[in-house]
Design a protein around this ligand. Structure first.
Ligand SMILES: *Cc1c(COP(=O)(O)O)cnc(C)c1O
Length: 357
């Protein structure tokens, strides 16, 4: 078997989930498990968080999968129903749905449902991606209250900049959310991971932790370990080939990287088709025997190459960590000009996951 494996530590995810509870005692949360639980395997993660109050997913297809794994928990569909025929199915699955546009609200009111839905009206508090302005949202609250299709009418909004401490938009968004305090919503929800960790004033009602459950940082500049979260995924491989190249030899496609001196090069069976970004520049760190070694050459579809100068003992079969407990995914992401979220969620289906309980 090709040596490439994502090991997922479910006890770390449970630990991180408990941390959410500790941060906001008594407040319920939707554990965000969209995108295959940020790449960690939705089936295993949902089962590991059996006690969760709820789960949040992007779309109805994901909600159906989660409902199949947990008959009891609330399941929130963050984008809501994207066509009218999804409402009956959402009711059948006993989901919580976001209503983020007039089209969605009209479609809901035009549908006959056997069982009312719990509805979360989305306030566009400043992200300007989904949702209603405050005045419009008040009108929808009035129209939807008491509608036969609506079981519980709730308020939700989402931060654009909670990961940037002190960003002025965040205070503005909290202000917009609080400006609706007089509207008698049954439940409210505002905080994502960054807000759970850093904005006590935003921990209103239901929390929506995503990235922190998986042990990565929501902050561009903050190490996850300092937040008390434990990394859940370790992506590991082993060297499948080792060679010496002479000074002036190039490595990989495009001959873009040229050895400045005689160099031992290790090849790993992991490429962009596995989800490792092709945009990773030379110097992106990998971990061998506890030492950071730099990526060299261009990432290919199925392989990548590293400079073994710092680890002369490395040979074919030597284990390599691409990210994990010893090398935070956030550090790799930063080197690639992206965020941990993207690396985790883009891990390809062809990479086997092994779950530890
Ligand atoms: C993905 C998502 C979250 C979780 O965000 P994290 O930064 O991963 O905690 C919360 N709310 C909404 C609306 C989302 O789309």
């Amino acid at each position: 078997m090709r040596p490439l494996l994502a090991t997922v530590d479910l006890s770390a995810i449970r630990h991180n989930h408990a941390l959410v509870r500790a941060r906001a005692a008594g407040q319920p949360s939707f554990a965000v498990v969209k995108a295959n639980a940020y790449g960690h395997g939705v089936r295993e993660v949902v089962c590991a968080l059996e006690e969760a109050d709820g789960f949040a997913v992007a779309c109805l297809e994901e909600a159906g999968e989660v409902r199949g794994l947990n008959a009891r928990a609330r399941i929130l569909v963050l984008q809501g129903c994207l066509s009218a025929d999804e409402y009956p199915l959402a009711a059948q699955l006993d989901l919580d749905v976001v209503v983020q546009s007039a089209e969605q609200a009209e479609a809901l009111l035009a549908t006959r449902l056997r069982q009312p839905l719990r509805v979360w009206l989305k306030l566009d508090s400043g992200m300007h991606r989904l949702g209603f302005a405050a005045a419009e949202l008040r009108r929808w609250h009035a129209r939807l209250s008491g509608a036969a299709q609506v079981g519980e009418l709730n308020l939700i909004s989402h931060f654009a900049c909670a990961d940037l401490p002190g960003h002025p938009l965040t205070a503005q968004q909290i202000g917009a959310f609080r400006s609706l305090d007089d509207v008698p919503f049954a439940q409210r929800s505002l905080a994502n991971s960054a807000a759970i960790l850093a904005l006590p004033e935003a921990r209103l009602g239901w929390l929506r932790p995503g990235i922190m459950l998986y042990g990565a940082s929501p902050f561009a500049d903050g190490a996850a370990a300092a937040l008390g979260v434990r990394p859940a995924m370790s992506l590991s491989g082993a060297l499948i080939a080792v060679r010496e190249v002479a000074a002036g030899d190039s490595v990989g496609y495009g001959a873009g990287w040229v050895a400045p001196r005689p160099t031992r090069i290790g090849t790993l069976s992991c490429g962009y088709a596995d989800g490792y970004p092709r945009s990773a520049p030379p110097g992106t760190p990998l971990l061998i025997d506890g030492q950071r070694v730099p990526l060299v050459g261009r990432v290919s579809m199925d392989m990548l190459t590293v400079d073994l100068s710092a680890v002369p003992q490395a040979r074919v079969g030597t284990p390599v960590e691409l990210w994990g407990a010893g090398l935070p995914v956030d550090e790799v992401a930063a080197a690639c000009g992206t965020i941990g979220y993207e690396l985790l969620s883009q891990l390809a289906a062809r990479v086997p996951r092994r779950h530890r309980y």
